[in-house]
Design a binder for this molecule. Structure first.
Ligand code: ZN
Length: 110
């Protein structure tokens, strides 16, 4: 059993969308969950900072019209000096776009 990260609803195994809030959920392997959401360029940097801070995110992919613009692997703990160039790259992307899709690969239960 998994839980929606947005609204907290319990999700039956194999759910693709949260039945309550409609968040897209793709479970491709045990322990890893994919989430995808639309966001404006102006909110992008804050959202990425928030996701990095959450600590259980393994990968962030920023896409526009289905085309990946930036992929951020978080397999190593990103701290201090390592985070700065990543956020600079995100900021550069955010300045160029008005809206985009973020795909988040998140570890379950951590
Ligand atoms: Zn939900």
């Amino acid at each position: 059993m998994a839980f929606c990260s947005r609204c907290g609803a319990a999700l039956p195994d194999g759910s693709v969308y949260c039945w309550r809030c409609g968040l897209k959920i793709v479970m491709d392997k045990p322990g890893v969950r994919h989430e995808e959401f639309e966001i404006s360029g102006g909110q992008l940097l804050d959202k990425v900072k928030e996701l990095i801070h959450e600590g259980n995110v393994r990968r962030i992919v920023i896409k526009q019209k289905g085309k990946p613009l930036l992929e951020i692997p978080l397999t190593i703990a990103l701290v201090g000096a390592v985070v700065a160039p990543v956020l600079a790259a995100v900021g550069a992307v955010a300045a160029l776009i008005t809206d985009c899709t973020i795909t988040v690969e998140r570890l379950e239960g951590s």
